[in-house]
Design a protein around this ligand. Structure first.
Ligand SMILES: C[S@@+](CC[C@H](N)C(=O)[O-])C[C@H]1O[C@@H](n2cnc3c(N)ncnc32)[C@H](O)[C@@H]1O
Length: 296
């Protein structure tokens, strides 16, 4: 029942239940969480506080503001864009329509880069290609304060968001941002110890089949990987050997079913120790490879 069809007070719990039912009918994967996050934003309360205040009636201003957010979510707009933020690797990143919403599975890239650099946490050079919101580069930089991290993106809008996130989270002093396509904005001869990337990898023809909150709201430039999804992946693997120090690691996030091609192209380009790493849903999500150490 809609709130306008009852004379009962529009309490916190009733509004959450109503909005959750609505979002469920529109296909949200997390309808109750969506409703709680939106109402929490209006009332400036976390989810526990909402439970404690379940019986509190909403005033007119609160109702009006909440309904406006419900309408945006109902049209498919991702919660992260409505709230303007998303948590990633324990940090809150600001996001807007210029950047992909950071995904939990991408935290694997950060974990692999940190594991790789455990043995040398004093100094090194890392590169994050296709940085988007900066979630990977900033999370890594915060854990490895002595490292220099370069983060690149083709989108000026995305770089603006990434710079602001680095500034706000206190990582900007160890980050360089560069605008350009993949390695084009990196000085020839620069050698990184680690290169990570979550490039666009969805085959162009599959974008129309994605859920509305992705295909209608997230930037196409962040999704579209060309006819087979490998346009950027292939270029990164072909060019990375020129920018990796001996023994350096390349870690690439890829889509479901793309690991065999990615690993085999890495081997063809001279990478050794190639390995696939599964995400939380048991999909091979990241492929790593290493440039061989030179013989002494
Ligand atoms: C899948 S998003 C990843 C964003 C972020 N690293 C993350 O994991 O949430 C891909 C990013 O690649 C950028 N991009 C697309 N084509 C590019 C290119 N040719 N060179 C550099 N960046 C590119 C997009 O602007 C987008 O920010």
């Amino acid at each position: 029942m809609s709130p306008s069809e009852t004379s009962d007070p529009w309490t916190v719990s009733r509004m959450i239940a109503w909005a959750a039912d609505d979002f469920r009918s529109k296909g949200s994967d997390s309808p109750r969480l969506d409703a709680e996050l939106l109402l929490g934003r209006i009332l400036d309360k976390d989810r526990v506080a909402l439970i404690m205040e379940a019986g509190r009636p909403l005033n007119d201003d609160e109702l009006r503001a909440f309904k406006q957010l419900v309408v945006r979510r109902r049209r498919g707009e991702p919660i992260a864009y409505i709230l303007g933020q998303r948590e990633f690797y324990g940090h809150v990143f600001r996001v807007d329509k210029n950047v992909l919403v950071p995904r939990p599975d991408t935290e694997i890239l950060v974990g692999l880069a940190l594991k790789e650099t455990q043995k040398n946490d004093q100094f090194g050079l890392a590169l994050d290609l296709c940085t988007g919101s900066g979630c990977v580069a900033v999370s890594f930089a915060l854990e490895r304060p002595n490292w220099r991290v370069t983060a690149t993106d083709l989108s000026a809008g995305a770089l603006g968001v990434a710079r602001a996130n680095a500034e706000r989270l206190g990582a900007s002093w160890s980050l360089n941002f560069r605008e350009g396509s993949l390695f084009e904005c990196i000085a020839p001869g620069t050698k990184f110890d680690v290169i990570v990337s979550n490039p666009p990898y969805i085959p162009s023809g599959e974008i129309a089949e994605l859920k509305a909150d992705i295909k209608d709201f997230e930037p196409r430039i962040a999704l579209d990987g060309g006819p087979k999804g490998f346009d950027l992946v292939d270029v990164i693997i072909q060019q990375a050997p020129n920018f990796l120090a001996p023994g350096g690691l390349l870690a690439l996030e890829i889509g479901a079913g793309q690991a065999p091609h990615t690993a085999s192209l890495m081997r063809a380009q001279g990478f050794v120790d190639t390995a696939s790493h599964a995400d939380y849903g048991h999909i091979e999500r990241v492929v790593t490879g290493r440039i061989a150490e030179r013989d002494a």
